[in-house]
Design a protein around this ligand. Structure first.
Ligand code: SAM
Length: 322
């Protein structure tokens, strides 16, 4: 049977930043009234391990604003079969939480950082870059390894900082990952292909300066194609949903904060699971998840047949989790 190896779990749709391509000002976005509890999330994860699940990532909104995240991490770390627990955060309050999360069982962390220039960082996110840098330093210090820094590459906005990001990777000992901006909630975020900086161009620019990149491996690299610099021990990942899709054999599911299983980022296909997790036994939930796995395999086939189209992606990334 088809396997699910990876689940991205959103635990809130709320965020303390306002990145315009993720949570735009003009959006008619309404927060859901109720979220899954940590126990309900753990029940879903436990059942999914029967279908191959090994890796989970906590995301949001901003996951660090939901209270007691360490309790969820601990619950997940106690589930047999879960080998890797990671977190995606904007890093704003990370320095306060990193230590307790690591103690609870968090293995590693991805931190979003779209500009190294304080003014530009503020204009993209409405946040203070110093808070994020402090978070990165603390994460490194306490040994959350690897620390990966995610940059959504936007034409004319931050694509003048490519080499600065590589130098940042060298200085801080972090992996740098460039991501193509996707048309998720396309109308609301005012997405257009003209704004996307294709990562082939970024790779060329890096190679021109540092020499040919060497393909390598990174823990939990998922969709990223990872390289290292020829003369330095810095890894650079490229996530290319537009220029080079990575859907074939995708074994990733997403769980939204209110309790929908999302089959793929490229469509709005979702399957509500909250009532079942609340009102049924683990055995009944297992039967349900079995059908979800079948639907996921079909969804993969449809996406490939459609030529990797993004269609009906109305839900904003802030309420999906990346
Ligand atoms: N608040 C956390 C953070 O900032 O990392 C977790 C949630 S955020 C939705 C997860 C990731 O999705 C971030 O790295 C963000 O930059 C990325 N993201 C948001 N909208 C995107 C888009 N339209 N295309 C590509 N990546 C996007």
């Amino acid at each position: 049977m088809f396997k699910i190896s990876y689940l991205r779990i959103s635990i809130t749709e709320k965020c303390n930043l306002k990145c315009y391509y993720c949570r735009p000002d003009n959006s008619p976005f309404v927060y859901k009234k109720e979220y899954l509890t940590y126990e309900e999330i753990a029940k879903i994860v436990r059942v999914m391990t029967k279908f191959g699940l090994e890796k989970v990532r906590i995301t949001g909104g901003e996951p660090l604003i939901r209270p007691n995240l360490d309790e969820l991490i601990k619950l997940l770390s106690e589930i047999d079969g879960i080998k890797d627990i990671s977190l995606t955060t904007n890093g704003i309050t990370l320095s306060k939480h990193a230590e307790s999360l690591k103690r609870a069982g968090l293995n590693r962390i991805n931190i979003s950082l779209d500009s190294l220039k304080p003014d530009k960082f503020f204009s993209i996110t409405k946040g203070n870059i110093e808070d994020v840098l402090e978070g990165i330093k603390v994460a490194k210090k306490i040994g959350l390894e690897p620390v990966k820094v995610n940059i959504v590459a936007i034409k004319g906005v931050n694509d003048d900082e490519i080499l600065d990001f590589v130098e940042f990777g060298k200085k801080y000992g972090v992996e740098i990952r460039f991501i193509e901006m996707m048309p998720i909630g396309a109308e609301q975020i005012n997405w257009s292909l003209n704004k996307v900086r294709f990562l082939t161009e970024i790779k060329e620019k890096i190679e021109k300066h540092y020499g040919k990149l060497i393909p390598t491996f990174s823990i939990g690299s998922g969709a990223a194609r990872v390289y290292k610099l020829p003369k330095f021990n810095v890894k650079i990942g490229f996530i290319t949903p537009l220029s080079n899709p990575f859907c074939d054999g995708c074994s990733k599911l997403r769980l939204t904060a209110e309790g929908n299983i999302k089959l793929c980022l490229r469509t709005d296909e979702e399957i509500p699971v909250r009532d079942i997790v609340r009102n049924s036994s683990e055995k009944e939930l297992e039967e349900f998840i079995k059908n979800v796995v079948i639907l996921k395999e079909k969804s993969n086939q449809n996406i490939i047949k459609s030529g990797y189209q993004f269609s009906d992606c109305r839900r904003l990334m802030v309420s999906i989790g990346g």
